[in-house]
Design a protein around this ligand. Structure first.
Ligand code: CTP
Length: 447
């Protein structure tokens, strides 16, 4: 806290996206937080300390050995005073340094001393971002409790097109706010969040213990040290469904929904990274087919195609994750030719599709694990819990559709994981991060 306000320590590193950090700083100020900005020497080549000093009203920290300081040991004081550390944009270099425990300037020494929640928003060229070294560094940091907000896809400063653009400023602000306002997860809450040996909050996401006796860190970020990339899904076959389905009316028209497929694809990628053999059954989406050799891609169109594919691949699956938004109804008849308009209105007769999870309930073999999804506009937890029991699921991920930044199309999500032995509310975090947390919750319950 600084002057009674929650304090964001914003670290800006050497990336062309550094100019967007000014909007981020301003966004926090508008929301009523205090902001302290740190710049790496390379960051200072893209944007000046004065910009941030004007916006935040406080000194921008650049040089560790600056004698014109307010505090005894400035980097330690800045680390102690923050409720959230945000690195945005985070270059591959700085991510590598943090992962390697290197502290050779103001930004990296301070980060090493921060015990508050830490959020990193990478921005770099696609090939750099996809480089396994960078990916491994991020995985390592995740294991230590760092959270990430994934970069977006688009035209990059270098002229390439792909993933690597700094995430949308509004998304960065809402994820940060979610962490700052998630009381147990903040630095200076009433109970005080304890820290483990690695410096990650023991209850890194601020998940309270609950009546069912779920441990405070249940399904949370692993407290174990970095082991070179956890392969806790090795030997498991995971079937993931994603995206919407399209229910044809005639050769031109169809009925569908707003599902983007992002959550399902994130789950498939995360499970493959953790060592699983993944079958991704996807309805039509705009997402590029995953290139990971451990993911078999099965494209489908309609709810009945999806049912057929799931019934086939479920036979050999250890785990099924039904993230797809399967249509509940389909036109009773599909016209061979385009339906021509006539005067007056039109009525389409719909028939129920096969309830895939409802059918699997009786086919599930001993040891098979099923995770369903649910999206509701009201009574999210109550309705989702009913579905868990009705469809004989082991776990259900309940999606908020009303929270800003959550649900269809966003890169972020706010999910409550409901299991038979308790529930766990995740904060607003990236879909990739959500995927890992769902996989954590699944693997610890798989027999
Ligand atoms: N699902 C399915 N087969 C369908 C429709 C949905 O297996 N034909 C799966 C979804 O993939 C999701 C879960 O069921 O995992 C959602 O449960 P469902 O009861 O279909 O939810 P809603 O459609 O939201 O239920 P309701 O319409 O009753 O609110």
């Amino acid at each position: 806290m600084l002057n009674g306000k929650k304090n964001v320590l914003l670290a800006v590193t050497g990336s062309i996206a550094a100019y967007k950090a000014a909007d981020i700083a301003r966004g926090f100020i508008k929301k009523g937080y205090s902001v302290t900005v740190m710049l790496t020497a390379n960051g200072a080549k893209f944007i000046t300390p004065m910009t941030f000093e004007t916006l935040t009203g406080s000194k921008c920290l650049v040089d560790t050995f600056d004698r014109n300081f307010k505090y005894e040991v400035e980097h330690i004081a800045a680390a102690k005073a923050c409720d959230l550390l945000l690195v945005a944009p985070a270059s591959a270099n700085v991510i590598g340094k943090i992962a390697g425990g290197i502290a050779d300037d103001m930004v990296t020494t301070t980060i090493l001393a921060v015990t508050a929640p830490k959020l990193i928003a990478p921005a770099m060229n696609t090939a750099m971002y996809d480089n396994p070294i960078v990916q491994d560094n991020m995985k390592k940091l995740r294991a230590y409790g760092y959270q990430f907000i994934d970069p977006a896809e688009g035209l990059l400063a270098c002229g390439d097109t792909g993933r690597g653009k700094l995430a949308d400023v509004e998304d960065i602000l809402s994820v940060s706010q979610g962490i700052l306002e998630n009381e147990e997860g903040t630095h200076e809450n009433a109970e005080g969040v304890s820290r483990n040996a690695e410096g990650a909050p023991e209850n890194a996401e601020g998940i309270p213990g609950n009546a069912e006796g779920i441990p405070e860190n249940a399904g949370g970020i692993s407290e174990t040290a970095w082991d070179g990339g956890e392969q806790d899904y090795a030997g498991k076959t995971v079937v993931v469904t994603a995206g919407p389905t399209q229910e044809a009316l005639d050769p031109v028209r169809y009925i569908t929904n707003h599902s983007s497929g992002k959550m399902g694809y994130s789950l498939a990628e995360a499970a493959a990274k953790r060592g699983a053999e993944v079958v991704l059954i996807s309805g039509p989406t705009a997402i590029k087919k995953p290139e990971n050799e451990n993911i078999s891609f099965v494209p489908v169109v309609s709810a009945s195609d999806m049912a057929e594919a799931v019934f086939t691949y479920f036979e050999k699956a250890d785990i099924l994750i039904m993230a797809a938004a399967v249509a509940d109804y389909t036109p009773k008849t599909v016209a061979d030719q385009k339906i021509k308009k006539a005067d007056g209105g039109m009525t389409i007769e719909l028939a129920r599709t096969t309830d895939i999870l409802g059918t699997l309930k009786d086919r599930k073999k001993e040891g098979q694990f099923i995770c369903g999804f649910s999206m509701e506009t009201e009574n999210l937890i109550e309705n989702s819990r009913k579905k868990l029991f009705k469809k004989n699921l082991d776990i259900i991920a309940a999606n908020s559709i009303v929270d800003p930044g959550a649900g269809f199309g966003h890169d972020t999500n706010k999910v409550t994981i409901i299991a038979r032995d308790g529930e766990e509310s995740l904060p607003l975090i990236s879909k990739a991060e959500t995927a890992d947390r769902i996989l954590d919750a699944i693997i610890k319950r798989v027999k």
